[in-house]
Design a protein around this ligand. Structure first.
Ligand SMILES: Nc1ncnc2c1ncn2[C@@H]1O[C@H](COP(=O)(O)OP(=O)(O)O)[C@@H](O)[C@H]1O
Ligand SMILES: [Mg+2]
Length: 457
């Protein structure tokens, strides 16, 4: 039987080695790397079960297929419980065995591929790849480090392109949930009528197009993290449904009669001003506090110029490495000056696009000012209003930033600032008082949220 199998498997293209008993097989398996062990159950001295135990104790243990006697399903069950990949019942056709062997090796290849991808993803989203030279970004990184381990909900705020999704991934891949799924969904990109079934799933027949059961993203993310991007776009009725899931830790797919428990950490992000949405009733306050147990605010790139050159170098190393042959891309000092002077309404994403264009246009390895797009080359003053629109600022936000900027420009001299602003001094004092109170309130809320953070899961 052993000789026959060796020959048939060899003919089918496998590299095969035979051992005359379990002890010899185990020794062989320890000495070399095998993908699959096919073994009989009844053998002198050491039986097939002991062999499985021995194999399972090995690091990256090969798959085991056990040959069992006809009618002894208990044996098969016991083998599988001990860790065997599969079994095959005597008598069998050689094709049957080949099929099982193919399946085992296919699954094994897939498994090691998944493990490799997992490692790659973890490396890519490790904190080492978050470029953070400025104090503001270093604060973000240290906050991420501190909160990754907890299960508290995190709300990431910041303009488009500031790195919100990158930070969400860093939180997940630095948490104990790293090997469970990270599921990202952009709520602005899913039609409103589909969001519920997308998030919570549906049963076959729940609506016209529901041709099969669908688990929904919360269930897919079980034990892991769900990233709800553009949470500010969620319509009010769906906000209530989401709130229920966060409170109960249960989802009910559309058309289902029972709730299903889920253990999911929620990280959400928005570039909108949710506080002003609370004020006008377009975002639920109770949901806001659930999502915003911990807030990570990503500053716009223009407010942290120290990050621009390190980011550019990081991106250029990546882009250059992808060229054939690889190019060691550098920036001329004029180009660097232009990047530093520009106000980056599209933040890091815009910087990446500008550099990609630069790499495509430039001949050698040095990106010169000519290789930068017109908006960056035109050293015009920052497009203040355009930026304000992109940041979705309210009139009150705008007024406040302007007042504070003028005051700073007058070195804190309130009389001169009031004159320049066309305000009387009393009005200016009143406004500054309000801002100070707001800030105090926000700091207290944040402190309270942080101290609650770990209890609230
Ligand atoms: N600090 C950073 N370090 C490295 N890459 C960054 C950083 N911030 C943003 N990026 C990159 O910029 C791009 C935009 O970031 P993303 O997370 O998609 O922004 P957002 O979700 O805020 O729009 C991504 O390719 C991201 O990898
Ligand atoms: Mg995004």
């Amino acid at each position: 039987m052993r000789d026959l199998l060796t020959e048939e498997l060899g003919d089918a293209g496998f590299q095969v080695q035979a051992a005359a008993n379990a002890a010899a097989g185990l020794e062989l398996a320890r000495a070399e790397r095998f993908d699959l062990i096919i073994t009989d159950l009844r053998m002198p001295e050491m039986d097939g079960f002991d062999l499985i135990r021995g194999v399972m104790a090995m690091p990256s243990a090969p798959h085991v297929v056990m040959i069992t006697a006809f009618g002894s399903i208990e044996t098969a069950i016991r083998a599988v419980k001990l860790g065997a990949y599969d079994y095959i019942t005597k008598p069998f056709e050689i094709d049957e065995l080949l099929l099982v062997a193919d399946k085992a090796l296919g699954e094994r290849a897939l498994r090691s591929k998944v493990a490799r991808l997992q490692r790659e993803v973890e490396e890519r989203y490790g904190l080492g790849n978050l470029i953070a030279k400025s104090q503001a970004m270093r604060d973000v990184v240290s906050l991420v480090q501190r909160i990754a381990g907890s299960t508290a909900s995190v709300l990431i705020t910041g303009e488009s392109g500031t790195g919100k999704e990158l930070v969400a991934r860093a939180i997940h891949y630095n948490s104990a949930r790293a090997s469970a799924p990270f599921v990202a969904v952009n709520l602005a990109a899913v039609p409103e009528s589909l969001i519920e079934s997308e998030l919570f799933g549906h049963k076959k027949g729940a609506f016209t197009d529901a041709r099969a059961d669908k688990p929904g993203l919360f269930i897919e993310a079980d034990n892991g993290t769900i990233f709800l991007d553009e949470i500010g776009e969620l319509a009010l009725p769906l906000q209530s449904k989401l709130l229920r899931v966060l409170q109960e830790h249960e989802v009910r797919p559309l058309g289902a009669t029972k709730d299903q428990r889920v253990d999911v950490r929620v990280v959400s992000a928005t570039n909108r001003n949710l506080e002003s949405m609370l004020a006008d009733g377009s975002f639920r306050e109770d949901l806001y506090y659930r999502l915003n147990v911990i807030q990570v605010d990503l500053p716009p790139l223009r407010s942290r110029p120290e990050d621009i050159v390190p980011l550019a170098e990081h991106v250029l190393a990546q882009l250059g490495g992808r060229q054939t042959p690889p190019r060691k891309m550098r920036l001329s000092s004029e180009a660097q000056q232009l990047l530093l002077a520009y106000n980056w309404p599209g933040n890091v994403r815009e910087l990446m696009n500008v550099l990609e264009r630069g790499v495509a246009l430039c001949q050698g390895e040095l990106i010169a000012d000519d290789d930068l797009p017109p908006q960056v080359r035109e050293k015009r003053p920052a497009d203040f209003l355009g930026t304000a629109v992109a940041r979705r600022m309210t009139l009150a936000d705008l007024e406040r930033e302007f007042i504070e900027a003028v005051l700073a420009d007058e070195a804190g001299n309130k009389t001169r600032a009031a004159q320049r602003l066309g305000l009387d001094r009393k009005t200016l004092y009143r406004k500054l008082d309000e801002y100070a109170k707001d800030r105090e309130g926000a700091a207290q809320t944040a402190a309270r949220a942080a101290s609650q953070g770990d209890e609230d899961s």
